[in-house]
Design a protein around this ligand. Structure first.
Ligand code: FPP
Ligand code: MG
Length: 303
C-alpha cells in the first residue's frame, strides 16, 4: 500500500509536476497570435518562469479547490495563470528601475541573461498570457466562473493589489511610512496575490458564501505570514539558500515590519498570523490539513 507522503515531499512533487506543465505551456504553438511569437521572447519568458520557484501560489489554489473535490487537471489553467502573474512580477521587480537584482532562483535575472527591454516584454507577455488562460474554455466550462476568476486575478494583481503595493513599496523607500502603512503595503504587494490564489481555488471548487469568507480570511493571514517570513529571511538567510540577494532591505533602509519592531517581535507576530490562518479553517475537517500545513510551512520555510 502506498505510504501517505509528508508535506515537504508533496510540495516538492507538486513543484516538479507543475514545472512540467509550465514548460508545456511556454511554447510557440501556445503563445502565438496573428504572428509567431519570437524565439527570443519565448526564451526570456521561459527563463523567468522555469527552473526553480517553490510554486506556492498554484499549490494553494489547487489545494483549496481540492477541499471541494476538484482535481488537479481541472484547476491547472487557473493555477498556471496565478504563477505566470507571480513570475512576471519577479521579472519586473528585478529590473534596474525597481529592485535592480542580478540573481533570482539561483540564476541570472531575465534582464541580466537577456536585456532590459526583453525582460519588460517577457513580463508583459507572461502577464497577458495569464488572462488568456482564464478566458479559455479549458479553464472552466461555466463562463460566469471564468469571468469571476478574471475579476479575482485583476483584484489581486492590479492597482489595488500587487502592482499598487509595489508602487507603495517604492514610495516607502523615501521614508515617512508608519507601521500601519507598511502592513497595508505588504498586504497589497504580496498578500493580495496569495489571497487571490486561495479565492480562485474556492471559486473553482464552488465554495458556499461562508466557506468563501473563511478561505478569504485564511488567504489573508497566510499572505501576511508569507511576507513577514520573507522579511525575516532577508535578514537571516544566506543568498545561496534564497537563490537571490539578501540583506537588501536593510542596506536600502527599506521599511519592513522587522526593521520597525525587531526580529523577536516579528517571530512572535508570525506565530500569531499562523494561528489566525489555521483558526480561519475551523469549519473544515481533515480535508483542510494540507492548507493548515501550508500555513505552517510559510512560517518555517528556509528559502
Ligand atoms: C517571493 O516569492 C516573492 C515575494 C515575497 C513577493 C514580492 C512582491 C513582488 C516582487 C511584487 C512586484 C510587483 C510588480 C508589479 C513588479 P517566492 O518566495 O514564492 O518566490 P519563488 O517563486 O521564487 O519561490
Ligand atoms: Mg525584490
Amino acid at each position: 500500500m502506498p505510504q501517505p507522503q509528508d508535506f515537504a515531499t508533496r510540495l516538492e512533487n507538486f513543484a516538479t509536476r507543475f514545472g512540467d506543465a509550465l514548460d508545456r505551456e511556454l511554447r510557440a504553438e501556445k503563445l502565438s497570435g496573428p504572428g509567431r511569437a519570437p524565439d527570443r521572447l519565448i526564451e526570456a519568458m521561459r527563463h523567468g518562469a522555469l527552473n526553480g520557484g517553490k510554486r506556492l501560489r498554484p499549490f494553494l489554489l489547487v489545494e483549496t479547490a481540492r477541499l471541494f473535490d476538484a482535481g488537479e487537471p481541472e484547476t491547472l489553467p487557473a493555477a498556471l495563470a496565478v504563477e505566470f502573474i507571480h513570475c512576471y512580477s519577479l521579472v519586473h521587480d528585478d529590473l534596474p528601475a525597481m529592485d535592480d537584482d542580478d540573481t533570482r532562483r539561483g540564476q541570472p535575472t531575465v534582464h541580466k541573461a537577456y536585456d532590459e527591454a526583453t525582460a519588460i516584454l517577457a513580463g508583459d507577455a507572461l502577464l497577458t498570457h495569464a488572462f488568456g488562460l482564464l478566458a479559455s474554455e479549458t479553464c472552466h466550462p461555466d463562463p460566469a466562473i471564468r469571468a469571476a476568476l478574471v475579476t479575482e486575478l485583476v483584484a489581486g494583481s492590479g492597482a489595488g493589489g500587487m502592482a499598487g503595493g509595489q508602487m507603495r513599496d517604492l514610495e516607502g523607500e523615501k521614508g515617512g511610512f508608519s507601521t500601519d502603512d507598511i502592513t497595508e503595503m505588504q498586504q497589497m504587494k504580496t498578500g493580495a496575490l496569495i489571497r487571490s490564489a486561495v479565492r480562485m481555488g474556492a471559486l473553482l471548487g464552488g465554495a458556499s458564501p461562508d466557506q468563501f469568507k473563511a478561505l478569504t480570511l485564511f488567504g489573508e493571514e497566510a499572505g501576511r505570514a508569507f511576507q513577514l517570513a520573507d522579511d525575516i529571511l532577508d535578514l537571516t538567510a544566506s543568498s545561496e539558500a534564497m537563490g537571490k540577494a539578501t540583506g537588501k532591505d536593510h542596506a536600502r533602509q527599506k521599511p519592513t515590519l522587522v526593521s520597525r519592531i525587531g526580529l523577536n517581535a516579528a517571530y512572535s507576530h508570525l506565530g500569531d498570523r499562523i494561528h489566525h490562518a489555521i483558526s480561519a479553517l475551523m469549519m473544515f475537517g481533515p480535508e483542510a490539513d494540507t492548507l493548515r500545513e501550508t500555513a505552517r510551512y510559510f512560517a518555517e520555510r528556509q528559502k
